[in-house]
Structures are given as structure tokens and as C-alpha cells.
Design a protein around this ligand. Structure first.
Ligand code: NAI
Ligand code: MG
Length: 367
């Protein structure tokens, strides 16, 4: 089978991290006959430098045609002063918007070898494996009205509006229940129905979707503020958490820090299944940015990017065994004591980006 991948490495450490994924893709094609066909494009500052846009229409077209897009990171001080519409982030926003990527998947996994270096007690995070699903295209970040009004008496009013329609809640709930079935079969939905009408509707629609199609999955509800507390107190009580754009932004960042460095965290953003093919548009990216402070030094941690590729194998290509094997390879090199600078601790072996990538490829092929 041909599997079409678009690689958008972007700026800063993006290309360094992507280079390690390219090695994996080449190894999988050569040794496993995986049949990946890759194209490359420009996004972010490098795209602006090349053609004055954060992503060109041609590269956007490649993303629409690909089975999945791998995205590195964008931005950096060089482009801090470029016009707002063509700033590096605009490339990512356009990808999300044009592909209608409404479901943002943020796993929080604690690799056993790193449990000691978490900000929480090791027993709280050891073996942690949860998935936060954040609604990404609706809610208060996009709802209208959205403005600052001059009230004329020296006062202004800033307005953002939280809006959710039934279909938006149904489709994100559907993703949560479906993914829960491939995991521990448990979903916790978080909103603030005690103070928000959109929260009342969220709760109703998730409950109705569950009853109609997914009653085999265990469903619970939690107020989002209490959810934040529980995430820090005892995160292992959760399997899949589904929540709106704003709460998901915050809760996923909280969950991220349970498990250590930014350099370890992958993410996926999925669209709706195509009516004809059933395939979802999808973009996979590390949570971290372009890290200009360490770019070009060969010391960036490539694990977030590689783990994003593992998610791509799992969710876009249904290569579940290979995804499991890649995640096991990451765990194994950490068990062997290899550490990039950002996760270094006493007694471990410090390695650079390329060495870490090589070790993971080697383990992946050996496992
Ligand atoms: P950042 O995530 O780039 O870096 C924050 C800190 O974490 C830095 O000290 C960096 O060295 C470290 N770090 C990040 N990833 C790492 C890795 N893989 N290995 C080792 N250390 C790592 O966030 P920051 O500094 O706020 O933003 C830098 C630039 O990236 C800005 O231009 C920002 O706009 C952009 N950015 C882009 C994102 C994206 O492309 N999705 C997301 C976040 C920021
Ligand atoms: Mg955030």
C-alpha cells in the first residue's frame, strides 16, 4: 500500500527533530516495506522567507492530498516583526482550519525511566497513560461576538463568547468514545455546567451520544476545575478525558507537566472522517515550539517528534503494532540511560539529537 505523508519541518529545531523521523521512515520502507511516500513543504518563518506567506497554497494543497501531515515547529525571533497575517503561527492555524482538525489529542504518558524526575511523587505518575481530547475549532477562542468595545467613559469592555452547537459536541464525544474503546474503555467529560449554559449542553450531548452509540464505554462527568485538581492529585484515575477548547488548553498543559519535559510530548489533531473513504485528515506535531535558544546545536530532544510519528502510525495508518513497537523503543532507550540535555539526570548518558534518533531506530528494528 502507498502511504502519503507530508513533512513540514518548519523552523528552529523543527528540521532537526524531523530528520530523525525521516530516518525511521526510510528504515520502515527499506526493512518493513512500509510504502511511505513522502513530500516536503515549507511552513512558518521559512515559508515566509521563501514566498511571503506562512504556508503557500501549493503546500496547503499537498496537506489536503496527503494521508497525514507531520509538522515540526514554527517561529523564532527572526520573524517577530512580520505582519500579523503572515506570522509563522498563521501557517499552523491555516492547516488546522482548512483541514477542519477539530479533535486535538494530547497523551500524557510517563515513561518508567523518567518517573523519578517528575514534579510529582513517582508513585503518582509511574505507569501513567492518559489521553486528553480537546475540542480545537470551537468554543470561546472563536465564538462571536469577539471584540473590545469603547464604553466612552474611560472604560472598555473585552468580549469573548463561548459557543458550542450540538454537532460539534457530538463529533468530539464520538472521537473520545471510539478511542476509549481501543484503550481502557473509560471517558471522563469535563465542563462547567454549574455556571455555563454551553457546559449544560456539553453535558447533555455527551450523555446522549453515549446512550445512543457507546453505552459499552464507562462515562463519568467532572467539573473542569475539580478535574484540574484530580489530574494533579491522582491522574491514574483517568483514561480518556474529553473537554472543550479552553479547558482542554489548560488541562492538557497541566497533564503535560506531570510527565516531565516539553521535549517528550507528542500530539495529534484529527478531522472528520471523509464521507467517501472514511479517512480522517490529520496533523501530528510535538507540543514544543521551535526552541530558538538551542536550535542548530544538535542537542534538541527528538522524542516528541518521534512519538508524534508513532501517533500517526496508530491513528492515520492503523499500524498499531508498529506504533506500539516505536513507543516501546523510546521507553527502551530511556531504560538504557540515554538522555538528551533537557531530560538529563545523574548517572545517565548524555546524547545529542542524532544519537538519540539513531538509538531509537535501532531499537525499533531490533524489538
Ligand atoms: P519552546 O517550546 O520552543 O521552548 C521552550 C523551552 O523548552 C526552551 O528552553 C527550549 O529550549 C525547550 N525545548 C523545547 N523543545 C525542546 C526539545 N525538543 N528538546 C529540548 N528542549 C526543548 O517555546 P518558546 O520558547 O515559548 O517559543 C519559541 C518559539 O516557538 C516562538 O517563536 C514561539 O512562537 C514558537 N512556538 C511554536 C509552536 C508550534 O510550532 N506549534 C508552539 C509553541 C511555541
Ligand atoms: Mg496551551
Amino acid at each position: 500500500a502507498t502511504r502519503k505523508l507530508l513533512l513540514l519541518a518548519g523552523d528552529g529545531i523543527g528540521p532537526e527533530a524531523m530528520a530523525e523521523v525521516k530516518k525511521l521512515i526510510a528504515a520502515m520502507n527499506e526493512k518493513l516495506g512500509a510504502g511511505f511516500e513522502t513530500e516536503e513543504g515549507l511552513v512558518g518563518g521559512c515559508a515566509y522567507d521563501a514566498h511571503g506567506q506562512a504556508i503557500s497554497d501549493a503546500d496547503m494543497g499537498k496537506a489536503m492530498a496527503a494521508d497525514a501531515t507531520l509538522f515540526g515547529a514554527v517561529g523564532g525571533p527572526k520573524w517577530d516583526a512580520v505582519p500579523y497575517e503572515v506570522r509563522p503561527e498563521a501557517g499552523l492555524l491555516r492547516l488546522r482550519k482548512d483541514m477542519q482538525l477539530f479533535a486535538n489529542l494530547r497523551p500524557a504518558i510517563c515513561y518508567p525511566a523518567l518517573a523519578q524526575s517528575s514534579s510529582l511523587k513517582p508513585e503518582v505518575v509511574e505507569g501513567l497513560d492518559i489521553l486528553i481530547i480537546r475540542e480545537l475549532t470551537g468554543g470561546v477562542y472563536f465564538g462571536e461576538p469577539k471584540e473590545i468595545i469603547d464604553l466612552g467613559n474611560g472604560q472598555k469592555r473585552g468580549i469573548d463568547t463561548q459557543v458550542y452547537d450540538t454537532f460539534e459536541i457530538e463529533r468530539i464525544a464520538g472521537v473520545a468514545f471510539e478511542l476509549a474503546r481501543t484503550r481502557k474503555n473509560k471517558v471522563c467529560s469535563m465542563e462547567k455546567r454549574n455556571v455555563m449554559k454551553s457546559g449544560v449542553l456539553w453535558n447533555e450531548v455527551v450523555t446522549a451520544t453515549h446512550k445512543a452509540h457507546y453505552s459499552d464505554v464507562e462515562l463519568s462527568h467532572m467539573l473542569a476545575d475539580a478535574g484540574g485538581m484530580q489530574l494533579v492529585r491522582w491522574p491514574k484515575q483517568f483514561d480518556v478525558i474529553v473537554t472543550d477548547n479552553l479547558f482542554g488548553d489548560m488541562l492538557s498543559d497541566v497533564a503535560a507537566m506531570l510527565t516531565g519535559s516539553l521535549g517528550m510530548l507528542p500530539s495529534a489533531s484529527l478531522g472528520a472522517p471523509d464521507a467517501m473513504t472514511g479517512k480522517r485528515k490529520a496533523l501530528y506535531e510535538p507540543v514544543h515550539g521551535s526552541a530558538p535558544d538551542i536550535a542548530g546545536q544538535g542537542i534538541a530532544n527528538p522524542i516528541a517528534m518521534i512519538a508524534s510519528f508513532a501517533m500517526c502510525l496508530r491513528y492515520s495508518f492503523n499500524m498499531v503494532a508498529e506504533a506500539d513497537r516505536l513507543e516501546a523503543a523510546i521507553a527502551a532507550v530511556l531504560d538504557d540511560g540515554l538522555r538528551t540535555a533537557d531530560i538529563m539526570s545523574d548517572g545517565m548518558t548524555k546524547v545529542g539529537t542524532v544519537q538519540m534518533g539513531d538509538a531509537i531506530v535501532e531499537k525499533f528494528l531490533a524489538l
